[in-house]
Design a protein. Structure first.
Lengths: 293, 133
């Protein structure tokens, strides 16, 4: 059994001093973390190592005695991931503990080469495990951030806007995949029911590419809207997309397509028996001229 | 036996599906409705499925069949109030029901029926007048 844990407990103060000095000397992010926080973090980690219950083996990090230390490291790396530290910067925090422990090992067992080698390899192993755990937690923390952002994007990406009484529009922005199309389809159909709209305009100006899959998704949405009794108009088709659609052999014959959202809106107004006219200025701004109506 | 009521409103027949459709019920409706179209000399049929929450390929096909049969019997059919979930299910099943006319609710469905049926009658009337002349 290695004895370095006892050595850490005995030399706690000097190790902490040495470690903090090392942490401050390595290239680190003063803009993200000030000295006081760094001191507190180092102190907490070292006391979690030193105050482990007697008889806990450093070889087995899954032992119950190491739980507080692991939790501490997890919280630390998750918070550092959120602050914008890189994975290596986070790992260096733990890894720089190694030379400080080596110094202590040398003082303790410097005279016996065999003993010194055993202790140093045990320390090496132990600190590496801690560093790996830190990196794992860091990545886990990053994954959580990414997942949350994805979720938020999905919610933000499907705004259904009411253009007029009975006319809704869905401006699509970004690439359409199956998961997003499902959300888009559901929110559009829901909006049609809620607003009692007979016309729905799907604007794809912000969709960078249209492949067969995206076209199929669009056609499904349009068919579903038709089944519910609403008419869909597809607008915002850019020249490249028109070329792609024809080259891919996608059949949009049954769908009303317009190049601009304004044209689609005008068509929807016409179909619902409305018309937009210019107000004649000479007869006053508030009254429409007989000719204009 | 369970039946779906068919109501008559002037020249039109009104069917409101308030229960979950099962296969036998759908077939009974198909029988009853075709008989009633002849009896009542109906010009339009409105099927309200706003309470229908579950649909399968058989029900979808039966709806399409009813619409086709009604057209053969010279009655316009309009299906109204389809729920978003039902519409998505039908599309995912590959049933776009191209022959069926749809509307958002009973009101706009009735409006559509009145417009088309009156158009037909007017054109029929014109045709009749011209032959008399």
């Amino acid at each position: 059994m290695s004895k370095f844990l006892e050595a850490i407990q005995e030399n706690r103060k000097s190790i902490l001093q040495d470690w903090v000095q090392r942490l401050k000397s390595v290239d680190r992010r003063r803009d993200l973390l000030d000295d006081r926080e760094l001191d507190t973090d180092a102190k907490n980690v070292l006391s979690a190592i030193a105050d482990v219950p007697a008889g806990t083996l450093p070889e087995d990090l899954n032992a119950a005695g190491w739980q507080p230390l692991k939790e501490l490291l997890t919280n630390l790396s998750v918070s550092r991931a959120a602050k914008g530290f890189t994975p290596s910067e986070t790992a260096i925090f733990v890894l720089s503990l190694k030379p400080s422990l080596f110094t202590v090992a040398r003082q303790q067992w410097g005279k016996d080469a065999g003993e010194l080698f055993l202790e140093i390899s045990a320390i090496n192993d132990y600190v590496d495990k801690l560093a790996l755990h830190t990196t794992d937690s860091y990545i886990h923390g990053r994954d959580q951030v990414i997942a949350r952002q994805q979720e938020e994007m999905l919610e933000l990406s499907t705004p259904v806007v009411t253009l007029w009484d009975g006319i809704v529009a869905l401006p699509l922005i970004g690439t359409l995949d199956s998961a997003r199309t499902q959300v888009v389809m559901e929110s559009l159909l829901q909006a049609i029911v809620q607003t009692n709209s007979r016309f729905a305009i799907i604007d794809i100006t912000g969709v960078p590419t249209v492949d067969t899959l995206v076209a199929q998704h669009l056609l499904k949405t349009i068919t579903a809207a038709r089944l519910m009794g609403a008419e869909c108009i597809l607008s915002g088709i850019r020249p490249q997309i028109a070329q792609t659609i024809v080259h891919l052999g996608i059949n949009l014959e049954d769908v009303i397509t317009k190049s601009k959202l304004a044209d689609a809106f005008r068509l929807a107004l016409e179909r619902s028996g409305r018309k937009v006219v210019r107000v004649d200025k000479s007869n006053g701004a508030n009254t429409t001229s007989p000719r204009g109506v | 036996m369970e039946r779906i009521p068919i109501l008559r409103m002037g020249n039109y027949l009104l069917v409101t599906i308030q229960v979950d459709m099962h296969d036998k019920l759908a077939l009974t409706l198909q029988d009853d409705l075709t008989n009633r179209i002849i009896e009542a000399n109906a010009k339009g049929v409105l099927i309200d499925i706003s309470s229908l929450e579950i649909v399968d390929s058989f029900i979808g096909r039966t709806l399409a069949n009813i619409a086709s049969m009604a057209r053969v019997l010279d009655a316009e059919t309009v299906v109204v109030g389809m729920q978003p979930a039902v519409a998505i299910t039908l599309v995912e099943l590959g049933m776009s029901l191209p022959g069926i006319r749809t509307a958002l609710n009973v009101e706009s469905g009735m409006e559509y029926l009145r417009e088309t049926v009156e158009d037909h009658e007017e054109s029929d009337g014109d045709f009749g007048d011209s032959t008399e002349d």
